[in-house]
Design a protein around this ligand. Structure first.
Ligand SMILES: *Cc1c(COP(=O)(O)O)cnc(C)c1O
Length: 385
């Protein structure tokens, strides 16, 4: 078993000797400045402007999605996507307990109740077997399976591609189809990640992305809804832009809707970032390769590589530490003391204050992942330094 000091040395060997190395720092260059200035000069800084359309088309092209609808952030994207597949107040939505809190919050914003399920050891994502257990125990209802334990309709399943590593999405969609439950993919972390060449976020009825400052591509704050379905895409745009009926001057709105638009100013930043995405992805992979080599023969530490058959964007590089939460905490302390910004996985959602009294499935794998994982500096370009 290597010591915390060895681990600090190994990371330093890959990322260089800057006194402070952030976990994931955005790269803003001349292209970004030029586009944002262009947007400012146009005065179209808000809800109207060409950058939004350009960014939507760029993301659709990059992911292969038929439609991409830009919105204010990943959380609002997920809330609207859930409403679009028919999730309503009092329904239940299956989510991984190992996720960022936004996954559960988006469910709660619809009035539905999250049901937290265990993770998969290899992919870090939602366990397909654990979902199958919940669905098999459900009884048949008029509009989908009813969770026998809670009496709630299971209205959607939200898999998440943790740290950018694709979960077993094709298998999950096949299972969900069997039970007639729509899948909404939380691909907030996985822009650039694919399974057999197919982009994450395009397997479910809808998928969502986030462009928050810590994601692989940032618009400052922003999100995207992806779908193959023309009608759902139209409705996503309508619902996120106040449901206004087109008219030269009248203000007529045909449903209770949201102002979840992405401002043009943010989209301008996104257009510039998107041009650099292939380079970011290449550099992420080079960094991951550096860590793989560094940790190859280290006892008690295992680098988390992309699952077999997938291409990960390696959004956050991470290692698993043997020795339980005490060893994990020692590594967090030593690395952060040494100027290496490292973080644990999120506290499991079924233990967070707003969600801790809800029924959930057993979570042995998610517990083990939480107690052993340390995310390590992942800014693209670090390895070259
Ligand atoms: C970042 C993130 C979100 C939410 O995105 P915001 O743009 O911050 O609202 C949702 N789910 C996961 C898994 C995320 O990592």
């Amino acid at each position: 078993m290597s010591t915390e000091a060895d681990i600090v040395q190994l990371i330093r060997g890959v990322v260089g000797d800057d006194p402070f190395v952030g976990l994931h720092v955005p790269s803003i260059g001349e292209r970004e400045k030029a586009r944002v200035l262009e947007c400012l000069d146009s005065t179209f800084v808000s809800s109207v402007g060409m950058f939004v359309t350009d960014f939507e088309q760029g993301i659709a092209e990059f992911t292969g999605a038929a439609h991409a609808v830009a919105v204010s952030n990943g959380t609002s994207a997920l809330q609207v996507a859930l409403e679009l597949v028919g999730v309503r107040s009092g329904d239940e939505v299956i989510v991984p307990t190992l996720s960022f809190v936004a996954t559960a919050n988006a469910v709660a914003h619809t009035g539905a109740v999250p049901y937290f399920v265990d993770s998969d050891e290899e992919t870090l994502g939602l366990s397909v077997d654990a979902v199958a257990t919940v669905l098999r125990a459900a009884r048949r209802g008029p509009d989908g399976p009813i969770d026998s334990a809670t009496g709630r309709r299971i209205a959607a399943i939200v898999p998440m591609h943790a740290l950018g590593h694709p979960m077993r999405i094709a298998e999950l969609v096949a299972l969900a189809d069997e039970y007639g439950v729509p899948v909404v993919e939380d691909a907030a972390e996985s822009l650039g990640s694919r399974v057999d060449g197919v982009h994450t976020g395009t397997f479910g009825r809808l998928g969502i992305m986030s462009f928050n400052g810590n994601k692989i591509l940032t618009t400052g704050g922003g999100g995207m809804i992806l779908t193959e379905d023309d009608e759902l895409a139209w409705h996503a745009k309508h619902l996120t832009t106040t449901a206004k009926l087109p008219h030269r001057w009248e203000f007529e709105h045909d449903e209770v809707a949201y102002n979840y638009r992405m401002p043009n100013l943010n989209a301008a930043l996104g257009v510039a970032q998107l041009e650099r995405l292939p380079d970011f992805l290449e550099k992420k992979r080079a960094l991951a390769d550096g860590y793989i080599t560094a940790f190859a023969d280290v006892r008690g530490v295992r680098f988390l590589s992309e699952p077999a058959g997938t291409t990960s964007n390696y959004w956050l590089c991470a290692v698993r530490i043997d020795g339980g939460i005490v060893a994990r905490n020692a590594v967090l302390e030593a690395t952060n003391d040494a100027g290496l910004q490292c973080r644990p996985f999120w506290n499991l959602l079924h233990r967070q204050a707003p969600y801790r009294n809800l029924p959930h499935s057993a979570t042995p794998v998610a517990d083990a992942l939480y107690e052993s994982t340390v995310c390590i500096p992942s800014t693209p370009g670090l390895a070259a330094a």
